[in-house]
Design a protein. Structure first.
Length: 266
């Protein structure tokens, strides 16, 4: 029910947005894999764990059933699932939340992809299991030389797992830079507002900082800064023109007119 109406999605200098179905079939699950947010709704309830982990091998590699079984057991061992031989015959509802998430990671990594997209992979997990999953993703990505795009709203997770960060507002990148750039030298008012609204021990007993107003409707065409109505640094220019990403320092960019040396003006 949707179509790409403009822009590009580039992967290795080729446009994925306008690729043929055959090219997409070759890339999906082989060169680019994904870990979804909620494994209980992403895993198929009527297929065994082994069948679901092995799906990428069935589509993209020529293996005998015995070879496929051994690869499934090996990746289950890598993601630290207990007793893989027994667990692979079970169904998703028979596993804990942490185990289901490890199954998702195993299914995503069994084909040794170049890029792993992780969409809020720890949201439904408690803090202890969350830390284990983050450590696992980081270690396996390093071992397999896999790049990871980690999508999350959790600033603590970002600080722990990421090398570089892109902050998005209204569907667009408003600031991008290294972890130090974003956490120590945030340039966009939205980024600073996000960091200020993060609970801190020193703020115990105080009202939490919030961002006034509400996000804009994304079906509107923006002719000015989307954050203008909620920004405490808004200038007249912000309500008339759309800011583009500008370099603040090497590797650090922000889409804000304050980056041009502008001053608060009402």
């Amino acid at each position: 029910n949707s179509a790409v109406s403009g822009g590009e999605i580039l992967y290795e200098d080729s446009s994925v947005a306008h690729a043929s179905s055959q090219d997409l079939q070759r890339i999906r699950g082989k060169e680019i894999s994904m870990i979804f947010q909620e494994p209980m709704t992403s895993l198929n309830p009527v297929l065994t764990i082994e069948e679901q982990i092995a799906e990428g091998l069935l589509i993209h590699e020529s293996c005998t059933p015995a070879e496929r079984h051994e690869k499934v057991l090996a990746i289950m061992h890598e993601v630290e699932l207990p007793d893989p031989e027994k667990l692979c015959k079970k169904y998703p509802h028979q596993l804990s939340g942490g185990q289901r998430q490890r199954v998702m990671i195993a299914a995503a990594l069994i084909t040794e992809p170049k890029l792993l997209v992780a969409d809020e992979p720890t949201t439904a997990l408690d803090v202890t299991i969350q830390a284990q999953i983050l450590k696992l993703i980081k270690e396996l990505a390093a071992e397999n030389n896999t790049s990871v795009i980690f999508i999350t709203h959790n600033l603590g997770v970002v600080a722990e797992i990421c090398d570089s960060i892109s902050v998005m507002y209204a569907g667009r990148i408003c600031e991008t830079g290294s972890v130090l750039d974003i956490f120590d030298n945030a340039a966009h008012p939205y980024t600073r507002a996000l960091l200020n609204s993060n609970p801190k021990e020193a703020d115990t007993g105080k009202y939490m900082a919030t961002i006034p107003g509400a996000p804009p409707l994304l079906y509107n065409k923006f002719t000015h800064c989307p954050f203008a109505e909620r920004c405490d640094k808004c200038m007249d220019k912000c309500r008339k023109e759309f800011p583009t990403l500008k370099t603040i320092r090497a590797g650090h960019e922000a889409s804000c007119f304050l980056s041009d040396g502008g001053e608060k003006n009402g």
